[in-house]
Design a protein around this ligand. Structure first.
Ligand SMILES: NC(=O)C1=CN([C@@H]2O[C@H](COP(=O)(O)OP(=O)(O)OC[C@H]3O[C@@H](n4cnc5c(N)ncnc54)[C@H](OP(=O)(O)O)[C@@H]3O)[C@@H](O)[C@H]2O)C=CC1
Ligand SMILES: O=C(CO)[C@H](O)[C@H](O)COP(=O)(O)O
Length: 518
C-alpha cells in the first residue's frame, strides 16, 4: 500500500477540532503536513499541542499567511489539500481566499459536512481550472479524525483512485478483516450525500438510545453506573454487539467528574457524574453549525422516503434546543405528566430491560433502512450508482453508526443482491431485515406501551413501531384520508381489486365521486 502512495505532503485548510486532529494523524502516517487557518491562534494552539506528541513522523508546519502555506506545497508534483471548514458560506469564503492561487492538477478533499449541492457547485466552478474538488464525508468525530475515520469520497473516480492509497492508510480498518473503511462512493456530490445520510441514521440511533436511557433512569430509577453496566452488556454480545453509540453510552454513564472537567483543574468532586453537568439542550440545528440532519429530513421528504425514526429524532432535538422557550411552555403545560418512576419486581425489570435492548436494536435497524432507502432513491434519481454494500462496508469501523450485527445482516444480503443484479430500493424486502423487524415488533410495542403508561419520552421508538406497523400494512386508514381529500379537493382515488389501480402507481387516482355537490 505504502509503495503506491504518491503524496508526500498535504495542505490542511482549517485548524479546528477536525483539521487539527487530521494534521496530527497524517503527520503520524509519515506525511509532511502544512496547515493554515484564517485564525492564527488555531494554528498556534495545534503546534503547541503537537510538541507533546512524540509519535509524529512527518513535519508539521503551521502558517499564518496563506501565500506561505501555498508556497510550502509548491514542491509537490501534485498539490493535495484537505479542507475542514464549517459548511456553507464560511467554506465558500475560505475557498474564495484560496481560489486565485489554485492551479490545474490541484486536488481538494473537502472533509466538511457540506451540502451535496454546494459540493457539486464547487466541482463545476473549479473544473475549468483543472482543479478537482472531492466531497469527502469524514465520520467518527474528532476522536476518529485523530486515529482513523470512516471516509466517503465522491467526485472524479480517477482522482479518487489516485488518493485512495493514502486514504486507505489513514482510514479506520474493519477489526476482523483489516479492510479499510473508505471506498470510491460515486460521482459528483454522492460522497457528501452518503455522509449526510450517515448523520441522519446517526440521529435516529442517538434519539432511540437517549429515549432508552430516559426509560432506565427516569422510570426504572436506575443509577447512571447501573445503566452504564447495562449498556456495556448490550455492547458485548447479541444484536447490539460492538455498537459505537452504545459503547460510548456506557462510558458516559460511568464517567465521574474529574479535575479536568471544568478545564481549570478545579472540578474535583469525584463522587459527581459528568452527566449531571450536561443540560438537555442540543443546539446544532438552531445555531446552524451543522446541517446534515436537517438536510436528511428535507431530502427524505423531497424524495418521498418514509423516514420517521430519523425525522422524529430531529424534531426532539429542535424542541430541546430552545430550552428558554421550552421551560416557559412547560409552565403552561404543567398539568401534562412528566416521566414517572415505577416500581417493578426484579423479574419484571429484567424482562423489560431485555425487551428494551431488542426494541433499541429494531429502532436502530429502522433508522438504517430509512437512510439506505434514501441513498438508493437519490442515487437512482441522480444517476450516481452508489453501492449500498459499499456504504455498509465503510461504516464497519471508525464511524458513529458502527453496529456489527446490522452490518452482518446487511452486507452479505446486499452483496448477494448486487451479484444477482438486483437493485435494492427497499431494504425491508431483504428477508433477514424483514425477519428481524417482524421478530422484534412485540419488543418495540411493549416498550412503547410502557413508555406511554409511564409518560416517558419515546418519539423515535414509537415512530419506529409505527413505521414497522404501517410498512407492513395492506389496509391503512389512509383509505379514509383519500376519501376526505376527494370530497374537499377532488383529488381522486383508485379502487380495490381493479387492474392498473390496485396496487397501481403512486399517481392521482382514476376516479372522483361527487360526495357533496359544490
Ligand atoms: N466535529 C465533528 O464531529 C465533525 C465535523 N465535521 C465537519 O468538519 C468541519 C470542521 O468541523 P470542526 O472541526 O468540528 O469545527 P470547528 O468549529 O472546530 O472548526 C471549523 C473551522 O472552520 C473555520 N471557520 C468557521 N467559520 C468561518 C468563517 N466564517 N470564515 C472562515 N473560517 C471559518 C474555523 O475557524 P475559526 O476558529 O476562525 O472560526 C475552523 O477552522 C465542518 O464542516 C464539520 O461539519 C465532519 C465530521 C465530524
Ligand atoms: O458529522 C458528525 C458525526 O458524524 C458530527 O459529529 C456532526 O457534528 C454531527 O452533527 P449533526 O448531528 O448536527 O448532523
Amino acid at each position: 500500500m505504502a509503495n503506491r502512495q504518491k503524496f508526500r505532503r498535504i495542505g490542511i485548510v482549517g485548524a479546528g477540532s477536525m483539521g487539527s486532529m487530521m494534521a496530527l494523524a497524517f503527520s503520524e502516517l509519515g506525511l509532511d503536513v502544512s496547515i493554515w487557518d484564517v485564525k492564527a491562534d488555531n494554528v498556534d494552539r495545534l503546534l503547541d499541542n503537537a510538541k507533546n506528541v512524540k509519535s509524529l513522523k512527518g513535519s508539521l508546519d503551521g502558517f499564518h499567511k496563506l501565500e506561505d502555506f501555498i508556497r510550502s506545497l509548491d514542491k509537490s508534483p501534485r498539490r493535495l489539500f484537505l479542507f475542514s471548514i464549517t459548511h456553507g458560506p464560511p467554506a465558500d469564503s475560505v475557498l474564495n481566499q484560496l481560489r486565485d492561487q489554485l492551479k490545474s492538477g490541484d486536488i481538494i478533499l473537502d472533509g466538511g459536512n457540506e451540502n451535496y449541492r454546494n459540493t457539486e457547485r464547487r466541482q463545476n466552478e473549479l473544473k475549468s481550472k483543472g482543479v478537482a474538488w472531492i466531497g469527502m464525508g469524514v465520520s467518527g468525530g474528532y476522536q476518529a479524525a485523530r486515529h482513523g475515520p470512516s471516509l466517503s469520497p465522491g467526485g472524479e473516480e480517477g482522482i479518487i483512485n489516485d488518493v485512495l492509497p493514502l486514504l486507505q492508510k489513514y482510514s479506520a480498518k474493519e477489526s476482523k478483516t483489516g479492510r479499510p473503511c473508505v471506498a470510491y462512493i460515486g460521482p459528483r456530490g454522492s460522497g457528501h450525500y452518503v455522509k449526510m445520510v450517515h448523520n441522519g441514521i446517526e440521529n435516529g440511533m442517538l434519539s432511540t438510545l437517549c429515549e432508552a436511557w430516559g426509560l432506565l433512569h427516569q422510570c426504572l430509577g436506575l443509577e447512571y453506573d447501573e445503566i452504564g453496566k447495562i449498556f456495556e452488556n448490550w455492547n458485548a454480545t447479541g444484536e447490539l454487539k460492538n455498537t459505537y453509540l452504545v459503547e460510548i453510552g456506557s462510558q458516559i454513564c460511568e464517567q465521574k467528574r474529574g479535575p479536568e472537567s471544568d478545564q481549570k483543574g478545579k472540578g474535583n468532586r469525584r463522587q459527581c457524574h459528568m452527566l449531571d453537568e450536561v443540560l438537555d439542550k442540543v443546539v446544532q440545528d438552531d445555531d446552524d453549525t451543522e446541517g446534515t440532519l436537517y438536510w436528511s429530513v428535507m431530502e427524505a421528504a423531497e424524495r418521498h422516503i418514509a423516514a420517521p425514526t430519523i425525522a422524529t429524532g430531529h424534531f426532539l432535538r429542535v424542541a430541546s434546543g430552545n430550552r428558554a422557550q421550552r421551560v416557559k411552555v412547560a409552565t403552561n403545560l404543567r398539568n401534562v405528566p412528566r416521566p414517572r418512576q415505577v416500581k417493578l419486581s426484579e423479574n419484571d425489570k429484567a424482562r423489560f430491560i431485555e425487551s428494551l435492548r431488542l426494541a433499541v436494536y429494531a429502532s436502530f435497524l429502522c433508522s438504517y433502512c430509512q437512510g439506505l432507502e434514501l441513498i438508493a432513491r437519490a442515487s437512482t434519481d441522480e444517476d450516481w450508482h452508489v453501492n449500498l454494500e459499499t456504504c455498509i462496508q465503510i461504516w464497519r469501523a471508525g464511524c458513529i453508526i458502527r453496529a456489527d450485527h446490522i452490518a452482518d445482516i446487511l452486507e452479505p444480503a446486499l452483496t448477494n443482491a448486487a451479484e444477482r443484479h438486483i437493485h435494492v430500493m427497499n431494504v425491508k424486502l431483504i428477508d433477514e431485515v424483514a425477519a428481524a423487524l417482524a421478530h422484534n415488533y412485540q419488543n418495540l410495542k411493549e416498550v412503547v406501551l410502557r413508555a406511554g403508561e409511564w409518560d416517558a419520552y419515546a418519539p423515535s421508538l414509537s415512530a419506529s413501531l409505527e413505521y414497522v406497523k404501517y410498512e407492513a400494512g395492506t389496509s391503512l386508514p389512509t383509505q379514509f384520508m383519500e376519501a376526505e381529500m376527494d370530497l374537499f379537493g377532488a383529488h381522486g382515488y383508485d379502487k380495490p381489486k381493479v387492474k392498473g389501480e390496485d396496487p397501481g402507481k403512486p399517481q392521482k387516482g382514476a376516479h372522483h365521486f361527487e360526495w357533496k355537490p359544490a
